[in-house]
Design a binder for this molecule. Structure first.
Ligand SMILES: [Zn+2]
Length: 347
């Protein structure tokens, strides 16, 4: 990822929203893609691959502090992550802010190393929680672009509000409306466990819905009609026992219905915020095409009005992979290899 300077780079480039692979030269001026000159069709795989960075559309970076904690058999989703008394919230409330900031900083550095250039985070812990993430972002020196969504008052000092579920009660809808009035971003978890918190969340016409693991066809159709993007987090759903098949979340159906699907990694407590690993899992378990998966992993950047797709006028948020140094030089399809193999880039 190289931003903020002026240079020219050439290779096999994954171009634009259509992710067309072509040999090209990219001129970057002050961190912006000034021009792209195609130099030929992508025949030879042995050139640096240049791909757009990822936007992780759903994280909880704060629960890095509880990474891979041993859980008792039979603990439900609510026992683990529901506010205010789920395991994760008990741990967060006992964690000194210095430790919290250190943990978030380390996760941010990992995200940058694994080619993520932006993310949307649900931050617990009110204003203090939001400020901890802001401090970690500054400390990390990663330059990651963030949408920070607070709760319990945190939304007033953040970019908006991240609501755990409409099951929390009428009041959360009022908080959402107030946030919207201030011009803030509104997102809800919905349909993670069942369909019951989905309709009220769609009624609030949020900027983003998370999960929709068990959404019905008609609920998905409403999202498509209203243009509400959905951040799916398949590894989290499987690890937390909310799915055992490719029917939940119904990604294939979501795409066919015309929903806009973004990819997220959810709680760092259970899942590494690694978009390569998330893409590989979706590829194995859901059988989507590399193009569909790559698009889901990059498209969330539209939420920050700074798309990462490699197009003239966009910010230079891309990474390179040098296939010469590994078995990747035998790849017959760079896009398939990037999606399937969890390769790490070079910067
Ligand atoms: Zn979540």
């Amino acid at each position: 990822m190289r931003t903020g300077d002026t240079y020219t780079i050439a290779g096999k480039v994954c171009l634009g929203r259509e992710l067309e692979l072509a040999d090209a030269e990219i001129d970057v001026e002050n961190g912006i893609i000034k021009s792209i000159n195609e130099t030929g069709s992508a025949g030879d795989a042995a050139k640096p691959w240049i791909f757009p960075c990822f936007f992780n559309a759903h994280t909880h970076l704060g629960d890095t502090v509880a990474m891979d904690i041993e859980t008792k058999p039979g603990m439900t989703l609510s026992d683990l992550v529901a506010p205010p008394n789920g395991l994760k919230h008990r741990i967060l409330s006992e964690t000194p802010s210095e430790t919290l900031i250190d943990a978030i900083t380390q996760s941010l550095k990992f995200m940058k190393r694994s080619a993520t250039a932006g993310f949307c985070d649900f931050r617990e812990g009110g204003k203090e929680g939001v400020n901890a993430l802001k401090t970690a972002l500054d400390n990390s020196g990663t330059g990651l672009k963030a949408i920070i969504l607070g709760r319990n008052g945190g939304e007033t000092v953040a970019d908006g509000i991240g609501i755990s579920s409409t099951k929390e009660g009428e009041q959360v809808l009022e908080f959402a409306a107030e946030t919207r009035k201030r011009g803030g971003f509104v997102a809800f978890h919905a349909g993670e466990k069942d369909t019951r918190d989905v309709d009220a969340a769609i009624d609030a016409q949020p900027d983003l819905l998370i999960h929709m693991t068990h959404a019905t066809d008609s609920q998905l159709r409403r999202c498509a009609d209203l243009g509400i993007p959905i951040a799916v987090c398949p590894r989290s759903n499987h690890i937390l026992g909310q799915s055992t098949s490719n029917e939940h979340p119904p990604i294939r159906k979501m795409l066919d219905i015309g929903c806009e699907i973004l990819l997220g990694t959810d709680n760092v407590m259970f899942v590494q915020p690694d978009m390569f690993a998330e893409m590989a899992f979706v590829s194995y378990a859901y059988g989507l095409t590399p193009d569909e998966i790559l698009k889901m992993a990059v498209a969330g950047s539209k939420l920050i009005n700074n798309p990462f797709f490699i197009e003239e006028g966009n910010i230079a948020a891309f990474y390179t992979i040098n296939p010469e140094t590994s078995n990747l030089r035998f790849s017959r399809s760079p896009k398939k290899s990037v999606v399937n193999r969890g390769v790490f880039p070079e910067f």
